[in-house]
Design a protein around this ligand. Structure first.
Ligand SMILES: [Zn+2]
Length: 295
C-alpha cells in the first residue's frame, strides 16, 4: 500500500497541524481485536472498511502509528510519541529493538527540531503512544525533547507505576527523573483553547485532547477507537481495554459530541489520511475522511 508518511501540514483555525507518521501496518484480525463482537456481524461490516482499513488478503486490520504536531503560534505541541527505537517489548516483538530513526527524520522534516517542542501530551502510556518520549543516548534513556514539558494524566502514570507497565522504566521514568513531567488531572486545561477530556476504559487515565480555534474544534482521541468498525459498533471493546464498560461509555460520549458539533477528529490509528468527521447513521455512526489539503 502506498502511504504518504510525511504529509504536509493542514490548517485548523489558527493552528497548523501535521501528522508525523512512524508506520502503517497490518495489525491483527478483527475477531482478535474485538473479542466481544459477533464474528458474523464483523464479516457483514468488513466490506464497508475494505480496502482502506482492512486488508482482505491477510484478514488483518490496517493500523497507522503516528503523532500529531500542533503549532498554535505560541507553542509547539506534540500529541503521542509512537513506538521509538531500541525499546523492550515482549508482548509485541516487532515493536522491540527497532533501529530505524525515520520518525525523528520526519519530525525534522516538519521544520520543528526536538528542542523546539514545548509540550508533549500522551493520550495514554502504551508502547505505541509514549516511545519517543525518550531516546537511548550513551546507554541511558533520556527525554527526546529537552525543553518540553510532558503533560501526563496523574492517574495514568500512577496506574502504570502500580501495575508495572513494561515500558514505564524506558518511556516515563526518565522524563519524571529529568523534572520534565507535569502530572495533571485528566480534565486539565493547558489554556482556554486546549484541554484534556477524561476518556477512561482503554486505560484508567486515558485522555482525549481537545483544541478549539475560532469556529473549529479538533479532538485527538488516542485509543478510544482502533478501527472505523467501532463507529458502527461503539460497544465493541478492544482486546486489552482495562475496563470495557467504561471504554464503551467514553467512546459513545466522544462519538456523540463529535457528530453533534462536527468536531474534526485526529485519529491515532485509522489509516492515512487519518483525519475525519463523525456522522450520525441511524443508531450509530460512520467515519468520513476529511479531504484536508495535505492530510
Ligand atoms: Zn495505540
Amino acid at each position: 500500500m502506498s502511504v504518504n508518511l510525511a504529509p504536509p501540514p493542514f490548517q485548523v483555525g489558527d493552528y497548523q497541524i501535521q501528522r508525523v507518521m512512524e508506520m502503517q501496518l497490518k495489525f491483527r484480525k478483527p475477531t482478535e481485536m474485538f473479542p466481544g463482537a459477533d464474528p458474523d456481524e464483523i464479516a457483514e461490516l468488513l466490506p464497508l472498511i475494505t480496502p482502506w482499513a482492512f486488508d482482505a488478503e491477510s484478514g488483518k486490520t490496517i493500523l497507522a502509528v503516528q503523532s500529531y504536531l500542533v503549532r498554535t503560534g505560541r507553542a509547539n505541541i506534540l500529541i503521542d510519541t509512537c513506538i521509538g527505537c531500541g525499546k523492550t517489548n515482549e508482548r509485541i516483538p516487532s515493536w522491540a529493538n527497532r533501529t530505524d530513526t525515520c520518525w525523528l527524520d520526519r519530525l525534522a522534516a516538519t521544520g520543528a527540531g526536538v528542542e523546539e517542542i514545548d509540550y508533549v501530551f500522551c493520550t495514554h502510556l502504551h508502547a505505541d503512544h509514549s516511545g519517543w518520549n525518550t531516546q537511548l543516548i550513551d546507554g541511558r534513556w533520556v527525554p527526546t525533547f529537552p525543553n518540553a514539558k510532558y503533560i501526563l494524566a496523574r492517574e495514568e502514570v500512577e496506574h502504570a507505576e502500580r501495575t508495572g507497565l513494561p515500558q514505564y522504566p524506558e518511556n516515563v521514568l526518565p522524563v519524571i527523573e529529568a523534572g520534565q513531567a507535569v502530572l495533571v488531572d485528566a480534565d486539565h486545561a493547558l489554556d482556554d483553547r486546549i484541554w484534556l477530556e477524561p476518556t477512561p476504559g482503554h486505560t484508567p487515565g486515558h485522555v482525549a485532547v481537545h483544541m478549539e480555534t475560532g469556529a473549529d474544534h479538533a479532538v485527538m482521541w488516542g485509543d478510544l477507537l482502533h478501527s472505523p468498525l467501532q463507529c458502527f459498533r461503539p460497544d465493541w471493546w478492544f482486546m486489552i481495554d482495562t475496563d470495557p464498560d467504561e471504554g464503551i461509555a467514553s467512546r459513545k460520549r466522544v462519538l456523540e459530541a463529535a457528530a453533534e458539533h462536527n468536531h474534526l477528529v485526529l485519529s491515532a490509528h485509522f489509516p492515512a489520511p487519518s483525519v475525519g468527521r463523525i456522522k450520525s447513521d441511524g443508531a450509530a455512526y460512520r467515519w468520513e475522511y476529511e479531504r484536508l489539503e495535505g492530510a
